[in-house]
Design a protein around this ligand. Structure first.
Ligand SMILES: Cc1cc2nc3c(=O)[nH]c(=O)nc-3n(C[C@H](O)[C@H](O)[C@H](O)COP(=O)(O)OP(=O)(O)OC[C@H]3O[C@@H](n4cnc5c(N)ncnc54)[C@H](O)[C@@H]3O)c2cc1C
Length: 502
């Protein structure tokens, strides 16, 4: 009869009131702002202390005038043109991150499809094997490796060399599947097909098109194209399977939407210096432009990343303290390169997606927005671990030189079209000190569990308090989870928070 309102996409039904209880929230990243947003609705009085002069934390799109401070690197300011940006942190939202999508809807953040897998990008193996320094289109590598592997397996099955008990009929079915999967011919041989693209495109009249010659399996192997840290199987993972989304106009639109709701609660430029559980309540010391301050609240939600928290004075239990000091974060970095024209689209037909390299760049990300626009920013490297440490140790100018030198091996247009850059080394960035938390299986059982419990009046939240590390969904799920726990404590009712999808 239309009398009952439609249920929200992702309901969060906590009953009772926070009754004006004071909660101090440390950090105005997504976890801190989402927690404040939900607590505010429930009648709590929240204050968010944020060290930076901006909200969003890692949810950050670098635009003209953006600044970052790295240890040993000094202050870095982005000189991009107005309207240009790149996502220095998150760039992709998996379709199954329901809570992220839920907040986009609730806060009116428009989203669009993110093109993560593009068969027209490249693999580039520098200085290794017969394919060294050759641009190999992803579709060529995919078609050839599938073809050669399917041929090998089909031959082995044909020759009865597979150690699986199977009827003749089933064996034939598998071979039929392999023929389809690998694009094999009637004799079960891989001879390449239009799947791997054309050396001469089909066209009008008698222009039939020429199919490119396949690479040999040996050439691919010797060039490292199939090395596990190079050949991209990441796109098979649950998180990177399509459909992926992004916020229109930059991922920081999500943070901006939360800020619109809770901005009045945030004290910017307030760096937390100490956190003390008191007999009743909690005391937080912080420093802002005017000097050292302290404030008290009934309860606290701490979303400060652990490597940063580790350097803040506190009186937490020894278990919590050990966990905070021990968890290692990913070293990772990105560089945004602004170009005068979108040559990757105009000259090479690349619209979004990723090129993979075996050198320091690791990946080049092409923007999945403003297609056919004038200028554009691509992500010149997005690297991890040792490669990120090595690039992070360079000066900002040296990083730019590295990105241009290695990038122009793939895109010679770089030198002609480049305008300016901005790089972020997350493990050297003052209020993060890392990309995301990395837990071993053992640490999940010990250190992680110690932080899942509140330390007296202090609750821990943030991507590090979930199994959704490196995802905005982790920040948001953890916020709801601690809000439910805190509200249970205040109201004496039991609210447990079901993780989305469970
Ligand atoms: C390179 C990179 C790529 C990523 N890619 C994706 C992606 O594609 N998709 C996706 O969903 N997620 C991605 N993520 C993960 C996502 O960005 C994070 O999981 C999420 O933004 C973390 O939010 P948070 O609130 O837990 O932490 P943060 O955003 O780090 O917030 C913590 C806040 O605490 C503040 N703070 C720190 N110290 C103090 C102090 N002393 N006093 C006061 N305030 C302090 C910080 O300034 C910050 O605002 C990526 C992250 C990185 C780094």
């Amino acid at each position: 009869m239309g009398l009952v309102p439609a249920a929200p996409a992702h309901p969060f039904r906590l009953e009772g009131s926070g009754d004006g209880k004071e909660v101090v929230i440390l950090g105005a990243g997504l976890a801190g702002m989402a927690a404040a947003y939900e607590l505010d609705k429930l009648g709590y009085r929240c204050t968010i202390l944020e060290a930076r002069e901006r909200t969003g934390g890692r949810c950050w799109s670098v635009r003209k005038g953006a600044t970052n401070e790295e240890t040993g690197g000094g202050l870095h300011t982005a000189g991009f043109d107005a309207g240009q940006y790149f996502n220095a942190g998150p760039s992709r939202i998996p379709h199954h991150h329901g809570l992220t999508l839920h907040y986009c809807k609730e806060l009116s953040v428009p989203i669009q499809v993110y093109n993560n897998v593009n068969e027209n990008t490249y693999y580039y193996s520098e200085g290794k094997g017969p394919l060294s320094n050759k641009k190999v289109r992803v579709r060529e590598a995919h078609s050839d490796v599938r073809g050669w592997m399917a041929e090998l397996l089909a031959k082995a099955m044909d020759g009865g060399k597979i150690d699986v008990e199977m009827s003749k009929e089933d064996t034939l079915k598998v071979i039929e599947y392999l023929r389809a999967e690998g694009g094999l011919d009637i004799d079960k041989l891989y001879k390449a097909s239009a799947r791997r693209g054309y050396s001469e495109s089909p066209g009008p009249g008698d222009r039939e098109g020429k199919i490119g010659e396949p690479m040999t399996l040996l050439a691919m192997l010797q060039s490292g194209l199939l090395d596990p840290d190079f050949y991209n199987v990441a796109e098979y993972t649950y998180e990177l399977q399509g459909t992926l989304f992004q916020a229109v106009g930059g991922m920081d639109r999500i943070a901006a939407a939360f800020e619109q709701k809770v901005g009045r609660l945030i004290r910017m430029g307030s760096e937390v210096r100490h956190i003390r559980n008191l007999e009743k309540g909690v005391q937080v010391g912080y420093k802002d432009k005017t000097g050292e301050k302290t404030m008290q609240a009934d309860l606290c939600i701490c979303t400060i990343p652990l490597p940063v928290l580790s350097n803040i004075d506190h009186n937490f239990s020894s278990d919590a303290s050990r966990a905070i000091d021990s968890i290692v974060y990913m070293s990772t970095g990105k560089i945004g390169l602004q170009f005068k024209r979108r040559f990757w689209e105009e000259d090479e037909g690349i619209y979004g997606g990723i090129t993979h390299t075996n050198n320091q760049l690791t990946q080049i990300f092409y923007p999945s927005y403003d297609y056919l626009g004038g200028k554009g920013i691509l992500i010149g490297y997005y690297n991890f671990n040792e490669k990120a440490v090595a690039t992070g140790n360079l000066t900002y100018e040296q990083r730019e030189q590295l990105a241009l030198e290695k990038g122009s091996l793939i895109h010679p247009q770089y030198r002609q079209e480049f305008e300016r850059s901005f790089s972020v080394s997350w493990h050297k960035t003052k209020y993060n000190m890392g990309g995301w938390a990395l837990y071993s299986a053992d640490e999940r059982q010990t250190l992680y569990k110690a932080l899942l419990q509140p330390d007296k009046q202090v609750y821990f939240a943030g991507e590090h308090m979930t199994y959704l590390n490196a995802w905005m969904a982790g920040a948001l799920e953890s916020a709801r989870s601690v809000v439910a726990a805190l509200h249970s404590r205040v109201t004496g009712q039991r609210f447990s928070y079901p993780v989305f999808g469970s």
